[in-house]
Design a protein around this ligand. Structure first.
Ligand code: ADP
Length: 470
């Protein structure tokens, strides 16, 4: 007899229920035959991909992090028979019903098992259709998240238990907008107006619900709406993200206050050390000490700025103040300025560009400065750093080349992720948060440009970025 593991695997593969095993990042480890048939995909097309990208994709009405399929990863609670819309690669949606169970071995989280079935396939006869509708209704009613079916005017046709918990009993045949305070009402109406011309629409909105019994209560919901699940019937799901939103806000506020408090004394230290530098410029030892102080103050200031930028990027609040610059001249000025700070290296500038580019000088000099700072940090003192400008038909390009250790191929895709630091950076205790390249990428992407690296282990690295000419 085959052992139970082998049999178990066979059963998983063959059973006529669609099953996917998903790891703690939401990525598919295994999908059985029924699931592959359902999704119309081959195993290698979905293995390692995020389950949300596979079944919801870009047509989805919610973001990856809030995908209901993977909710058990966060809270360890199973989801049973939740209705959902699965999209195929052409963006066409169909009703499915899924369950998602956390798999625990003892208290160790091993992943989640997602099972699903196509609601439509089971409708083989009218009788089956009726049964299905009854079943669907039951599932809709029990759904964990508030779900409502509304007509185009915003009248609630059906609601589930979770939505009644928020808006009160007997909300059918009333207008959704009426449950909010005037200011929130305006926001929800705006959302509805933006949704109507689309198939799907989603938006995070801070609202105050005005419950006649319970009084006013603030929520932050991910509103997501899907058009015409039947003619003139639209599905609205509200994902309650209030807690995490306010936690994040509090954290952002803390970082912004703390960084301000840290930056003020640092600016004073910097100013006094500049005075000292002038005073002791002829005293070799003293001026060396003061230089050290300045270097470290600069490192600290950069770390604090990176923290603030990351927070702002996360909240979508990074400001850009664009102006037109002659690109080559602009880069030259930035490099001149950087040469003063990185006096242990020769910064060699190559190439030129007379193109006029619209950019935020502070932000783009921050990109160059992050790349030069890394080139200096990760290569030995005295090694050159080459800054290369290129001007193509439709874009300008800057490369920053160093003669440091280089970066192994397998690490390269990780570099631009927030908080990624290579094992060697950790080992050698270089200061840093792993944010410099992430921030550089976000800034360059904001302008529609790219950033990438060309490097081989032990042969130095060149980081490039481009900016499109408008
Ligand atoms: P940080 O330098 O603060 O760690 P970055 O986002 O700037 O963060 O860089 C991420 C990682 O990329 C670094 O930890 C380092 O491992 C690697 N890296 C970046 N630039 C270079 C470089 N010029 N040479 C070698 N490794 C680099």
């Amino acid at each position: 007899m085959k052992n139970i593991n082998e049999l178990g695997e066979l059963v998983l593969k063959k059973v006529q229920i669609s099953l996917c095993l998903v790891d703690g990042n939401g990525e598919v480890i295994f999908a059985n035959e029924a699931a592959l048939e359902f999704l119309n995909k081959r195993e290698k097309e979905i293995k390692g991909l995020h389950i949300h990208d596979i079944v919801h994709g870009s047509s989805s009405d919610h973001k990856k992090d809030h995908c209901p399929l993977i909710k058990p990863i966060k809270d360890n609670k199973p989801i049973l028979r939740e209705p959902d819309i699965f999209y195929n690669s052409e963006g066409k949606g169909s009703w499915a019903e899924f369950s998602s169970y956390p798999l625990l071995k003892g208290s160790e989280f091993k992943g989640i098992l997602i099972s699903f079935l196509n609601a439509a396939v089971s409708m083989k006869s009218d009788q089956a259709l009726l049964e299905h509708q009854a079943k669907f209704k039951a599932v809709f009613t029990q759904a964990l998240y508030p779900k409502m079916i509304l007509d185009s005017t915003g009248e609630i046709l059906e609601s589930n238990r979770a939505s009644r918990r928020i808006f009160g009993e007997s909300i059918e045949n009333t207008m959704l907008f009426d449950y909010f305070t005037p200011l929130s009402q305006k926001k929800v109406k705006e959302f509805w107006g933006k949704f109507m011309p689309n198939e799907h629409y989603e938006e995070r909105i801070e609202v105050t619900v005005n419950d006649s019994n319970a009084g006013k209560k603030k929520y932050v919901f991910d509103f997501s709406a899907t058009k015409d699940i039947q003619p003139n019937m639209h599905l609205l799901t509200l994902l309650d993200v209030t807690e995490e939103y306010y936690e994040q806000e509090a954290q952002n506020q803390f970082i912004s206050v703390a960084s301000h408090e840290l930056k003020t004394p640092l600016a004073v230290i910097k100013a006094y050390s500049e005075l000292l530098q002038r005073k002791y410029k002829d005293d070799g030892a003293a001026s060396q000490y003061v230089n050290k102080i300045q270097e470290k103050v600069d490192v600290l200031t950069r770390l604090i700025n990176a923290m603030v930028d990351e927070t702002k990027l996360g909240a979508g609040k990074l400001e850009f103040n664009n102006q037109q610059v002659i690109f080559g001249k602009f880069v030259e000025d930035v490099v001149d300025e950087l040469q003063k700070a990185y006096h242990h290296h020769k910064l060699a500038l190559k190439g030129k560009s007379d193109s006029i580019i619209e950019l935020d000088p502070e932000r783009i000099s921050q990109v160059i400065s992050n790349l030069v700072s890394n080139a200096s940090k990760y290569s030995e003192k005295g090694k050159d750093i080459v800054i290369m400008i290129e001007d193509d038909n439709d874009r300008v390009q800057v490369g920053v080349k160093d003669y440091g250790p280089g970066i192994p191929k397998k690490e390269q895709p990780q570099l631009f992720k927030a908080f990624y630091r290579s094992p060697s950076a950790h080992k050698k205790k270089y200061p840093g948060l792993g944010l410099g390249l992430f921030i550089a990428k976000q800034i360059v992407n904001h302008y529609g440009g790219d950033v990438w690296i060309e490097s081989k282990w032990s042969q130095g690295s060149t980081f490039y970025f481009t900016l499109p000419k408008k």
